[in-house]
Structures are given as structure tokens and as C-alpha cells.
Design a protein around this ligand. Structure first.
Ligand code: NI
Length: 165
């Protein structure tokens, strides 16, 4: 859980940059890629990273979110731009509307008590979870995922090292 706004902002900025790198690695054609007929497409997962941030407005933060049901842009660039926009709006709202004390406020959600600082942490982990799914679909679409928390297969090869199995 986050106990200071400063820590959250620093971590969100770092993680959002990783998300932008993943989104920038998508092509328009790759948005249709899915692992199975009844599973979400790469484009739907990318758009979910944009729309899920709207949840934060239910915590009392005032910023312009994107509705869960809103139609996704048709281009990968459009989704990346929407993400950059909402990520900045969320950060601005947290920095200007909350103090560290707000992070300790609790609310009931799905029959559990959550502190706002827990929900901010959850939101970051949720984003990382979907980013992981997206990098698998990127591979299937023949795209090169960016380095996220470590080198990719290609990075190893380019460094003249043997990639791990
Ligand atoms: Ni989700």
C-alpha cells in the first residue's frame, strides 16, 4: 500500500512509461490478435488499461476518465495517446486533490475494506498483470515486446549471450 503521494507518483510515472512502451510497440493489425476465439483481443486489453483507470473517480478523485463501455480508437496510436492522456490526468488529480492522509481513508469494495493507498497499489499491479498478457499476444503477432523488468530474448541475442530457455 502507498502511504505517501510522492511514492505513488514516482512509481506510477515509471510504470506508465513501461505501459507506453508496450502500447507503442503495437501495430493496428495486431489489435485483433487473441489467444482464442472467446478471449479478449490485444486491442481490447490495451483499451482496458485506459478505461480501468476511470475506476479512480469512484474514490473521489475528479478527472476526466474514459467510460468502461467507451468505444476504442481503431488505431494503436490512438489507444496509446488515450493512455498517456488519462495517466497524466490521474496523476494530476492525485497530486492536487489528495494529501497523504487521503491514502489512509477506507472504503468498502466487494465486501472488503480497502484503503485508498491499497487501491492505488492494486491499480499498478492490475496494469502489470495485463501488460504481461499483452506481451504474449505481441509475440504471437510477431512483434517485439519492449524490455519491461528485464532483457527480452532479442536483447540477449544482441548482446551475444545465450537466451534462457
Ligand atoms: Ni482487468
Amino acid at each position: 500500500m502507498f502511504t505517501t503521494i510522492t511514492n505513488f507518483v514516482a512509481e506510477w510515472e515509471k510504470e506508465a512509461e513501461l505501459t507506453v512502451q508496450v502500447l507503442n510497440g503495437l501495430t493496428d493489425e495486431s489489435l485483433q490478435r487473441r489467444i482464442d476465439a472467446d478471449r479478449r483481443t490485444l486491442g481490447a486489453l490495451a483499451w482496458h488499461l485506459v478505461t480501468s483507470i476511470d475506476f479512480m473517480t469512484s474514490l473521489g478523485l475528479d478527472f476526466e476518465g474514459v467510460d468502461e463501455g467507451a468505444k476504442a480508437p481503431e488505431s494503436a496510436g490512438g489507444i496509446a495517446e488515450a493512455y498517456r492522456h488519462i495517466s497524466r490526468a490521474l496523476l494530476e488529480a492525485v497530486k492536487t486533490q489528495w494529501t497523504d492522509d487521503n491514502l489512509l481513508e477506507t472504503r468498502a469494495l466487494a465486501r472488503e475494506e480497502w484503503r485508498n493507498g491499497d487501491l492505488l497499489r492494486f491499480s499498478l499491479i492490475h496494469q502489470a498483470h495485463h501488460r504481461g498478457q499483452m506481451t504474449v499476444l505481441m509475440r504471437q503477432a510477431g512483434l517485439r515486446p519492449p524490455e519491461i523488468y528485464g532483457p527480452t530474448y532479442e536483447t540477449w541475442v544482441e548482446k551475444g549471450k545465450t537466451p534462457l530457455d
